[in-house]
Design a protein around this ligand. Sequence first.
Ligand code: GTP
Ligand code: MG
Length: 204
Amino acid sequence: MEINSASFVVSNTSVENCPKTSLPEFAFIGRSNVGKSSLINMLLNQKNLAKTSSTPGKTLLINHFLVNEAWYLVDLPGYGYARVSLKQREQLHRMISDYMLKRPNLLCVFVLLDSRHRPQEIDLDFLEFLGENQVPFALVFTKIDKCKKSELNLNIENYRNRLLESWESLPPLFLSSSEKKQGRTALLTYLTQILKDLSSQPLE
Ligand code: GTP
Ligand code: MG
């Protein structure tokens, strides 16, 4: 898929204020600093359309980006961000879960996992939440440029095994490096396929 245009539309603190639209959208979620905003920039061929930072907790709002005037990518705050008050953390958690549950045009959530780490409970819990609520998702192992191939394979294998303890089948799984622009074609091809399927079965 060609990205012909990409623009920032709006930031929100709650799903109720998000664009009222029936255009399809895809969201990116995962722990703070896992590389959500960087991945969006990489997919859209942009340098800093989505704001990134080496310090966790950069994205704290629901950010909509309109692509090809036809669909949205949504950059979300990370879950499990520790350096805010308990109250703020609860608000963020609420904002994320409300968004997941109350956005009928949300076609797929990409859950980003740091490829250098073994399965983390907070990620597994989040996947459980999506599964229980029938929110479609795919997994993206990020920062593969920072991970040795043997370590990467081991971490992915561990994840597969953990997921198969509670799931009958595995979700689609992608590898990415925003640094080296890896994974872009596979992810955009996947998005294209979902959009094609939708055009034969529209949202409304
Ligand atoms: P929050 O908004 O804070 O939740 O973080 P985020 O998930 O949006 O992460 P962000 O894209 O801001 O990236 C966090 C840090 O990781 C930045 O310093 C990025 O440059 C770095 N980073 C992101 N993706 C990659 C990658 O694929 N490879 C490498 N080496 N660094 C990456
Ligand atoms: Mg971010």
